[in-house]
Design a protein around this ligand. Structure first.
Ligand SMILES: NC(=O)CC[C@H](N)C(=O)O
Length: 390
């Protein structure tokens, strides 16, 4: 079956994507040479490829960008959500061109190479996206070899041997290993991140790092909080020793149920202590698990920068940034967890709040980066309700 779908290698092909179903998709390699193995998903954002690539929630994934011109504004040291890319690689339509933007410091393909990330261009990304849309996100291998030498049989067996994201606790692997303070604010053209500083007298937010995007921390600072980041393995006692006014649960990669095995008992203790809590994406899923709901794997997931979400309290529609392949199953919510937002694409749960605790969470990304800022108010809502330092 595998070989039936394998077209003959076109002349000059230096990159290939091999899917577990035996499909072989040829292209031109860029960035680092090598082989990477993961889940092949797609993202529909038209801008922000560097933020997407460096979002730690993409660990274990290969991203198909539906926007055809990726790389055209180059790469810089500011537009990143963590120090290095976490997505394993990317699949794009057009070849990466020289950078055309005054903020660019290097070409996108050079940035990918610097961080050991593999890209392939010249792929019919529309066809690939349609197939992920109907058949779900497949496991696959992306490979780049300048000499065009590929062992397709071996790549296929690697793709087939990969167990998939379900059951994978990737958050513990990429989380910070020690506490650190954060005081960068939001980026401005005049001052970058440098002209801002944290509010030392603001309410103390302890942010648990399951694979944190930096723009979440910048937004917490901009909302007036003093922020300390702790590893995913921090115990309840270690967290309480920091005297938090509120707890933040971050986004992150992998299967929430697998990460929940370690994270949920700590989150339950935090809830029982009555501490205000806010969660985003993986943090939202972990809050759901902590109150007894279940998470499920979505077929194609939601990844893009224009996903409409309805706020149930007043019917307002927020255009949101999204990146998730799992979701909290609304039907499994206990009576004490109330849906606050739903996806207008497919009705899946996009936000919840507890009725008996000061805790709420959203499945989408109010920090954007990339994406719209309709939901930035949530940071203000969380921080302004916290007790300032005595
Ligand atoms: N951005 C995130 O936090 C993603 C959460 C989780 N890994 C998912 O895919 O659903």
């Amino acid at each position: 079956m595998a070989d039936a779908k394998a077209p003959v290698q076109p002349k000059g092909a230096t990159g290939v994507l091999v899917l577990a179903d035996g499909s072989v998709i040829w292209g031109h390699g860029f960035g680092a040479e090598g082989v990477a193995l993961g889940e092949v998903c797609f993202n529909t954002a038209m801008t922000g490829y560097q933020e997407v690539m460096s979002d730690p929630s993409y660990a274990g994934q290969i991203i198909t960008f539906t926007f055809p011109h990726i790389g055209n504004v180059g790469a810089n040291d500011d537009d990143i959500e963590s120090p290095n890319p976490h997505a394993l690689g990317c699949v794009v339509r057009e070849p990466v061109t020289p950078a055309a933007n005054f903020r660019s410091q290097r070409r996108f393909d050079d940035w990918m190479k610097k961080w050991g990330r593999i890209g392939i261009s010249g792929v019919d990304t529309r066809a690939l996206t349609k197939r992920i849309r109907t058949g779900g996100a497949p496991n696959g291998v992306i490979a780049h070899n300048k000499a065009g030498q590929f062992n397709i049989k071996q790549l296929l067996s690697q793709a087939r041997g990969w167990p998939g994201l379900e059951g994978m606790d990737l958050a513990s692997v990429i989380s910070a290993t020690q506490n650190y303070g954060w005081d960068d604010g939001l980026w401005t053209l005049q001052g970058g991140y440098g002209s801002h500083s944290g509010n030392p007298n603001g309410p103390h937010v302890v942010a648990i790092d399951y694979g944190m995007k930096h723009n979440i921390l910048r937004n917490l600072v901009a909302a007036g909080a003093r922020v300390t980041v702790v590893p995913a393995t921090a115990t309840f006692d270690e967290i309480m020793a920091l005297k938090p006014a509120g707890i933040f649960l971050s986004n992150g990669p992998g299967d929430p149920a697998a990460t929940g095995v370690h994270a949920v008992p700590t989150i339950q203790k935090i809830l029982n202590a009555g501490l205000p809590l806010f969660g985003i994406c993986l943090g939202h899923q972990l809050l759901g698990l902590a109150v007894g709901a279940k998470t499920l794997k979505m077929t194609q997931g939601h990844r893009g920068a224009n996903h409409p979400v309805k706020r149930l309290s007043d019917g307002r529609v927020e255009i949101t940034s999204m990146n998730h392949g799992f979701a909290v199953d609304t039907d499994t919510l206990p009576p004490t967890a109330r849906p606050t937002h739903i996806s207008l694409f497919d009705g899946t749960l996009a936000g919840l709040e507890l009725t008996d605790r000061p805790a709420f969470s959203v499945q989408y990304h109010p920090e954007a980066s990339p994406g719209p800022q309709d939901s930035q108010y949530l940071f203000q809502k969380f921080v302004s309700a916290l007790e300032p330092v005595a």
